[in-house]
Design a protein around this ligand. Structure first.
Ligand code: C2E
Ligand code: CA
Ligand code: CA
Length: 638
């Protein structure tokens, strides 16, 4: 193999560019920065050693002296240590420790053993290179084992990072993936092309890519306050959790900071934030300060470093005094939540939820309050998280089921419609009530996907069972407020109906008053589109929340569904009975059809039919049942 100095010189230039870039910006002193600088330093020394030896050994006649051999051995030791450090760097960057995963541990240790054995052997035997008559110096075939190791380490590190870094942007991910491919190809090419050695060059390029993708201070620090960014918080907490290091996190959420921005302007607001951030860096010399949200900071204190209560006292004391910029002096207040690891969240995912939950509960307790996660009822949060998982699983595995509850038509004396009601069964949580999971699904947005799946299932059901040929005229489908707010909601439903050849008259959408109250403009637009197609609408749970009669006039509701509590009240309380009677009378004047929900007894049925309800729905007739049972029911009943 021939040595070509051009590659080494180019590698050195790249490495010096990295050093200059690094030195010109504020250095973020974290573990992987240290590993990165070590790698760069090792590679520079290795290349210098190589250049020195090659210059000493100019021809076949020159014999290696002791210095040459020592430099050569150092070169091999350092150069091949860099890929191992690279692999370690990627693992630290990913924040995912593998200590408990035996297979990954073996995969990590294996190249280190190969490296150790080969390099130590070389110290004694110098079997990685020989001096021959033609070139004076040549690497032996043993070097291909180390070449393979380089390939292995780099690919291991890159693939590990790709698999475990969730917050990597697409651009960065592409760069890391491209680097993985380039390294792979180059090592293979190096094996076959013996004309020149370019491994040093590839390593230098890899380090440059790492600098740009992972080590750039602009990404690690918050651009305004220069404290660690939110991404770094995720990474560093993940690292500490992986290494089981205990810590306390003090999260400050500034109260009414929007007001400061509005009153004094964004520039002053930014300067205030800089001051708060700077103050926090002085609270604990070894603590880490993060920008957690736009007006939120987090201070991470290593357990045993400083007493948490002293820290809280220092912070509270500072907030009793004004924050002063060039021309304004403002009193700021902050709510504080304290979260401890491992006490309050055993895993990273759990911890972030606890942080958010505690910030929220500190806010609800009022300005300036201090909340400790250990005092909060985390049981509710954990249950919610478990339900979130169950929802996601049900969506992924398509195990969401739709049950049907028949609706009795008083005039025709048979079932002419049914309400589609979603069901989720989870292996560990059992049957979860939609009353519990729908609000959670609305909060995290999964309702949009779930709503589409439910609608698809209903349409499929209508077309597969030829509901047109039965007494069932239409199916009532609940739509949530979040779905109504989506642009393209109407188009999506229309597409699904077309796909399953469902006539729009076979669908009735149930909307609650809350939906109507929240998003009247978008709702009106979506309803208008669907209404023009021939879909009818029901106003659900009428009488339960705000009795916003206004919506009755603004939106084209064909049916009003009386909430079951209103219905039940009428049988408990005389005045409620009068209200119900007159409500039904008024709705009939408005020429809408009326469904009474929650019909459980014969008496209820008779009374509700008597006062003029057009449809009756409730356990008296049937609970919501699976699709096949529903088909049997209507075949037998009508
Ligand atoms: P809702 O729209 O008011 O649905 C009627 C609820 O009352 C259903 O509960 C139904 O099973 C129950 N019900 C019907 N008749 C009786 C009765 O005689 N007695 C009693 N005690 N209950 C009766 P479910 O299925 O648990 O659904 C609860 C809520 O979850 C629904 O209230 C609706 O707001 C929501 N939901 C259910 N399915 C869906 C869906 O597919 N999409 C959306 N967005 N929400 C849904
Ligand atoms: Ca409903
Ligand atoms: Ca209802």
């Amino acid at each position: 193999m021939q040595w070509n100095v051009d590659f080494d010189i180019s590698a050195l230039v790249i490495l010096f560019v990295i050093i200059v870039l690094y030195a010109s910006k504020q250095c973020v002193s974290i573990k992987r920065s240290h590993i990165f600088l070590t790698m760069t330093g090792l590679e520079i020394i290795a290349i210098f050693c190589n250049i020195a030896v090659r210059n000493m050994m100019t021809g076949p006649e020159s014999q290696p002296n002791l210095l040459c051999i020592v430099l050569m051995d150092i070169f091999f030791a350092l150069q091949y240590l860099v890929p191992i450090a690279f692999m370690y760097y990627m693992i630290v960057w990913s924040g995912k420790s593998f200590k408990e995963d035996k297979i990954v541990t073996i995969l990590f240790i294996a190249p280190i053993i190969v490296y150790g054995v080969m390099i130590i052997k070389n110290f004694f035997k110098q079997d990685l290179y020989v001096f021959d008559n033609q070139y004076g110096y040549q690497e032996t075939h043993m070097i291909s084992i180390l070449g393979g190791m380089v390939l292995y380490c780099m690919l291991f590190g890159l693939i590990y990072a790709i698999m475990h870094i969730r917050l990597m942007s697409f651009g960065k991910l592409s760069m890391v993936a491209l680097l993985a491919v380039t390294v792979g190809v180059s090592v293979v090419v190096q094996y076959y092309i013996l004309d020149s050695v370019f491994i040093d060059f590839i390593i230098a390029v890899s380090l440059l890519v790492v600098y740009l993708v992972a080590q750039n201070p602009a990404d690690m620090l918050d651009s305004n306050t220069q404290v660690l960014s939110r991404n770094m918080m995720d990474e560093l907490l993940r690292n500490d959790i992986g290494e089981k290091k205990e810590f306390d996190l003090v999260v400050l959420a500034l109260d009414d900071f929007k007001f400061v921005n509005k009153t004094f302007g964004i520039t002053t607001g930014d300067m205030m934030l800089i001051q708060v951030a700077h103050f926090l860096t002085t609270v604990s010399s070894r603590g880490k300060v993060y920008r957690y949200g736009s007006d939120q900071f987090a201070l991470q204190i290593k357990r045993g470093d400083v007493d948490l209560h002293t820290v809280l006292e220092t912070i509270s004391e500072r907030f009793r005094h004004p924050w002063i910029t060039e021309d304004v002096s403002v009193m700021l207040s902050t709510t504080i939540s304290c979260v401890s690891y491992p006490e309050d969240g055993v895993m990273m995912e759990g911890l972030v939820d606890v942080i958010d939950y505690s910030v929220l509960s500190a806010k609800t307790q009022g300005k300036g309050s201090i909340v400790f996660a250990k005092d909060m009822d985390l049981q509710a949060l954990r249950k919610e998280k478990a339900i979130e998982k169950a929802i996601e699983l049900a969506i992924d595995r398509d195990t969401i089921e739709v049950y049907y509850q028949p609706i009795y038509n008083v005039e025709k004396q048979c079932y002419t419609s049914a309400e589609a009601l979603v069901r989720i069964h989870d292996d560990s949580l059992g049957n979860i009530s939609p009353e519990v999971f729908i609000p959670i699904s609305e909060k995290n947005g999964t309702i949009v996907k779930m709503g589409t799946m439910i609608f698809e299932k209903v349409c499929k059901f209508i077309s597969e069972h030829n509901l047109k040929d039965t007494s069932i005229e239409y199916i009532e489908v609940n739509v949530s407020v979040v779905q109504c707010m989506q642009q393209g909601f109407a188009e999506n439903l229309i597409d699904i109906m077309e796909y399953y050849h469902v006539d729009p008259s076979q669908i009735n959408l149930e909307v609650t008053e809350t939906a109507a109250a929240n998003s009247i403009a978008i709702l009106q637009e979506n309803i208008a589109k669907l209404h023009n197609q021939g879909i009818s609408f029901s106003l659900d749970d009428y009488g339960s929340g705000y009795s916003t009669l206004g919506y009755l006039h603004q939106l084209p509701f064909k049916i009003i569904k009386l909430d079951k509590l209103m219905v039940w009240d009428a049988f408990e309380n005389e005045r409620a009975g009068i209200t119900l009677k007159f409500t039904v009378g008024m709705l009939k004047e408005l020429q809408v059809r009326i469904v009474a929900e929650g019909v459980e007894t014969k008496e209820q049925r008779a009374h509700l039919a008597g006062i003029g309800c057009d449809y009756l729905q409730g356990w008296y007739y049937s609970k919501a049942i699976p699709a096949n049972e529903f088909v049997t029911l209507i075949e037998e009943a009508c």
